[in-house]
Design a protein around this ligand. Structure first.
Ligand code: AMP
Ligand code: MN
Ligand code: MN
Length: 327
């Protein structure tokens, strides 16, 4: 029985002795889930393809993800002197999103990209990108043989699906997504704990800064856009870092009547990060792409060199343009 259901993947990995896996900067649930699932899978079955070493790289992430299987083995820096036969990029729409781990991509003999971002620019030797699918974890599920998926691998895959679908609410959730989630549950995973601890629970400072962002939010364009901003001074006040701001933009999206939620924070190096969420009419991925970022139709982001006001002044007209076309 082959290890992977996709011939090109099986072929590329056959004979590869050293394999690296990495995901995007500021890893989210789908990134952590897909990297840990692929890592565990290759650790268990890679030997059938001749694999001798599998390493996984991701930037550091919050302690809430410590319950995900396989994460203890993740390397958090690019200081390791390694060269790989195959490098697998997961949940990354472009090469720069690999951050420091780009060095392993560039020195690898062959590169594979598995992803679901509509803005993916097919930067690897082999690209398996399916934009309509909910998550990279859902893409990966289809590449694995069901009988080989252990409970731990199922936990990692479920994590990514839950996070990228916003707990099965986003429109990327298909009937197939639900069937896959069901089949992962039948592996005996503790999904209640997984969802509670990685998605729902927040530390008190995280909850407070979200409250601050909501209080400070403003409506633009007659209430069709909601915008909020958190600066580094505010992060200091609440003793949080930018990774503690996840979820704020999704909360802003819940404002009744808005089409787009925009959340901005300072990176602390002179740049700012812009996250956008759309309720359907506006394609925010095309807007993010204009500024060198990317994402999905309803969730996208980019990094901007300039002030918050400048970013808003530049982004709002693009949203306005799309809204007026849709009228
Ligand atoms: P975020 O707003 O950071 O939660 O990201 C929303 C979506 O946009 C995710 O799928 C990200 O992978 C993507 N995204 C966010 N920032 C960037 C960026 N700078 N470049 C490319 N894609 C991004
Ligand atoms: Mn992601
Ligand atoms: Mn994803």
């Amino acid at each position: 029985m082959s290890v992977f259901t996709l011939d090109v993947l099986e072929k590329e990995l056959t004979g590869a002795k050293k394999v690296a896996i990495a995901g995007h900067v500021r890893p989210d649930g789908d990134c952590i889930g897909s990297c840990s699932a692929m890592y565990q899978y290759l650790k268990l079955y890679g030997n059938e393809l001749g694999m001798e070493q599998v390493d996984v790289y991701l930037e550091t992430f919050g302690p809430e993800f410590k319950i995900v299987p396989g994460v203890d083995d993740i390397r958090h820096s690019a200081e390791y002197e390694e060269t790989y036969d195959v490098f697998i990029s997961l949940d990354c729409s472009s090469i720069d999103r690999l951050g420091d781990f780009i060095r392993y991509f560039e020195s690898a003999k062959r590169t594979i990209c598995i992803d679901h971002h509509i803005t993916n620019d097919n930067f690897a030797d082999v690209n398996h990108v399916i934009p309509d699918v909910s998550s990279t974890c859902e893409v990966i599920y289809d590449l694995m043989s069901y009988d080989r998926i252990t409970r731990d691998i199922a936990t990692s895959l479920y994590l990514g699906i839950v996070h990228d679908t916003g707990m099965f609410r986003h429109s990327s959730t298909s009937d197939k997504t639900m069937k896959i989630a069901g089949s992962l549950i039948s592996k005996g995973i503790d999904f209640t704990r997984l969802i509670d601890e990685t998605f729902i629970q927040k530390t008190h400072p995280q909850m407070k800064i979200m409250g601050q962002a909501l209080v400070d939010s403003r409506l633009l364009l007659d209430g069709r856009i909601v915008v909020s901003f958190i600066g580094t001074d505010m992060m200091k006040t609440y003793d949080v870092s930018s990774t503690d701001l996840d979820g704020i933009v999704d909360q802003l999206r819940m404002v009744k009547g808005i089409e787009v939620a925009v959340f901005i924070y300072e990176n602390g190096n002179g740049t700012i990060k812009i996250s956008m969420r759309s309720n359907g009419i506006v394609d925010v991925s095309t807007i993010a792409h204009k500024f060198g970022g990317g994402g999905h139709v309803k969730a996208a982001g980019f990094t901007f060199e300039g002030s918050v006001n400048e970013a808003i002044e530049k982004v709002v007209p693009y949203i306005e343009e799309q809204l007026s076309k849709a009228k």
